[in-house]
Design a protein around this ligand. Structure first.
Ligand code: PMP
Length: 344
């Protein structure tokens, strides 16, 4: 009798069910127990695989997407890669409008996955016709048989995390999670995961990570959009210059801001101490945990889960390049208090 071959049908079957990793070395001087949900284990190496698959399959279910159609999106890179990957398997064309702030390696990867990529200026407002939002919107309006994923305003974004990331964390921690820390870009990850976890246990604290130069923290505190908060920053995928409709601000207990410099050093340090090669915003998530630990947020029973959204290989020309770090001035302050804490 023929034995069954133990194989996945295609890469889409590998999406989700990512591991939870205990961080034990880098956390030695911190009170609490710290775990990372390592989303780099998805086949597209980021948490965005989850939303690409869910949004595209929902469009198929509703009959909006038909074979040969085109999928259009604005993206800092990761969502684009995931959409391109899902499109390859399902036979759709993929057009991506990306910010000029995205790593060159990320843009090359999108093209390698068969996507058509339009690079748009990063430092223009969202309603400027040159912005990647407006470029994508225009292409969608002009192109028949196209679907616009619209991750910043699509409720299915948070639903993907509500259905997968949240339940996975609840199960992996046997319900013992006390804090969730997640970077907020579209807000889909923190909103969907946080909503599920709070339904299971309303005492779980949900903490969003924001960048200096982004409006999210201020908006959460005041419910007002303050354009004075906006200025350029380097970290990709974290923070925003608009209020994303995909964020449920009610689910989030508080936002904490992290600097570009400390997040970059922290990401590099995690790779070197834990052997887990992670992206810039994973450094930001742990940097936020470290700041909260220093403020006395955790006790010995705290089980802090951080989402590590993507893989370090996407930042070879950025935080993992000493030259880039030097150019940003990130090696200048070796004797400042901030970098004294960083021993690597
Ligand atoms: N980290 C990275 C690297 C990302 O690309 C994103 C998505 N923009 C995030 C964090 C934030 O996730 P979300 O959009 O679900 O808030």
């Amino acid at each position: 009798m023929k034995q069954k071959i133990n194989a996945y049908d295609n890469v889409l079957d590998l999406i989700g069910n990512t591991p939870l990793l205990k961080l034990s070395k880098i956390t030695q001087n911190l009170i609490g127990n710290f775990y990372a949900k390592v989303e780099a284990f998805n086949p597209g190496h980021s948490s965005k695989d989850r939303i690409a698959l869910h949004i595209i399959e929902e469009a198929e279910r509703k009959g909006i997407l038909k074979p040969g159609d085109t999928i259009i999106e604005t993206t800092s890179g990761n969502t684009g890669f995931s959409i391109a990957m899902v499109s390859v398997i399902k036979g759709y064309d993929c057009i991506l409008a990306v910010s000029s702030k995205s790593s060159p390696d990320k843009i090359d990867m999108l093209r390698a996955m068969g996507a058509k990529v339009y690079v748009c200026p990063a430092h223009v407002s969202a309603d400027d016709p040159r912005s990647y939002y407006q470029v994508a919107k225009r292409m969608h309006e002009e192109m028949k048989g196209s679907v616009y994923i619209n991750q910043y305003f699509n409720q299915l974004n948070m639903e993907a995390h509500y259905r997968t990331t949240g339940p996975e964390i609840w199960e992996q921690t046997n319900g013992q999670i006390t804090h969730l820390i997640a970077c907020s870009g579209t807000g889909g990850t923190i909103s969907g995961t946080g909503r599920f976890l709070k339904e299971m246990n309303p005492n779980i604290k949900v903490i969003g990570v924001d960048a200096y130069g982004s409006v999210l923290k201020k908006y959460h505190e005041t419910r007002e959009f303050d354009s004075n908060e906006i200025y350029p920053y380097r970290i990709e995928g974290l923070g925003k210059n608009l209020i994303p409709g995909a964020t449920d601000f009610e689910v989030i207990d508080e936002f904490i801001k992290v600097t570009d410099e400390e997040s970059a050093h922290t990401a590099r340090m995690i790779s070197k101490t834990e052997g887990c090669f992670i992206g810039y915003t994973s450094g930001a998530a742990f940097q936020a945990a470290k700041q909260l630990a220093e403020l006395g947020e955790f006790d010995v029973n705290s089980n802090v889960i951080m989402i590590f959204p993507d893989h370090g290989s996407r930042y070879m020309s950025k935080i993992y390049s000493d030259e880039w770090m030097r150019d940003q001035g990130f090696f200048d302050s070796v004797n400042t208090e901030a970098t004294q804490k960083i021993e690597y």
